[in-house]
Write a protein of this length. Structure first.
Length: 226
């Protein structure tokens, strides 16, 4: 099965480099390039790629607004957005979390890391650069304006009310950045059982993907208690 990718970046050389690298793989095809966020949204609506690699700083419509436009559209639920950023704790990345991005990558990543990232996200998993994951999510939660009420204790958070003890436990592990396979090993479960539990979390919590589960684990306090 071929993974269809859209590359959105206002730099011609960056787009060309990503295209050349990704299309060197038999299972990946770059179906379009966009020079700004507005064009990216139009192309995603027209072509429905599996993955959109989205630069943040682009003219006309930036990557954050473009990401939100894509993730807010129920018809585009099959497209996962990976945001590309230059800095580990770039303030724009916090906005990307709110916009519903499925992953984050630093632009200085190696070639194989980019290829692996596309495959991971296309498979429905979240992608958060390992070196920044925990700091990034904690900073996101801490960046919530003081005028907003503080998150309720995990035990009382209504978003968790319908979860079983096992599902709460798995949400904690997702918040730590564990994959389904790692969760299975940690809890001595089969990989299929772990995957089933995570899928149920998507449904019960009304989230789009694993990245949103990570955010929710921190917002509710579960991950902070781990």
């Amino acid at each position: 099965m071929t993974i269809r990718v859209l590359v959105a970046d206002d730099q011609t050389l960056v787009r060309a480099g990503f295209r050349a690298l990704l299309e060197s793989e038999d299972d990946i095809e770059v179906v379009a390039e966009a020079v700004d966020g507005h064009e990216a949204v139009e192309l995603v609506r027209a072509l429905r790629p599996d993955v959109a690699l989205m630069d943040i700083r682009m003219p006309r419509l930036d990557g954050l607004a473009a990401t939100a436009a894509i993730t807010d559209d129920p018809a585009l639920v099959g497209t996962r957005v990976v945001v590309l950023t230059t800095f580990e704790l770039d303030e724009y990345v916090f906005g990307a979390l709110r916009a519903g991005a499925s992953g984050f990558l630093l632009k200085d990543l190696g070639p194989q890391a980019l290829i692996d990232a596309v495959r991971v996200v296309a498979d429905g998993q979240a992608l958060l650069a390992p070196q920044v994951t925990r700091r990034l999510i904690e900073a996101y939660v801490d960046s919530t304006p003081a005028t907003h009420p503080a998150p309720e204790p995990a035990a009382d958070d209504q978003r968790l009310a319908g979860l079983t003890p096992r599902e709460r436990e798995i949400l904690v592990l997702v918040g730590r950045g564990m994959s389904n396979h790692e969760i299975a090993e940690h809890l001595v479960l089969s990989p299929l059982t772990a995957k089933t539990h995570v899928s149920r979390l998507f449904t019960k919590l009304g989230v789009r993907d694993r990245a949103q589960l990570v955010v929710l684990a921190y917002e509710t306090g579960l991950a902070r208690q781990a």
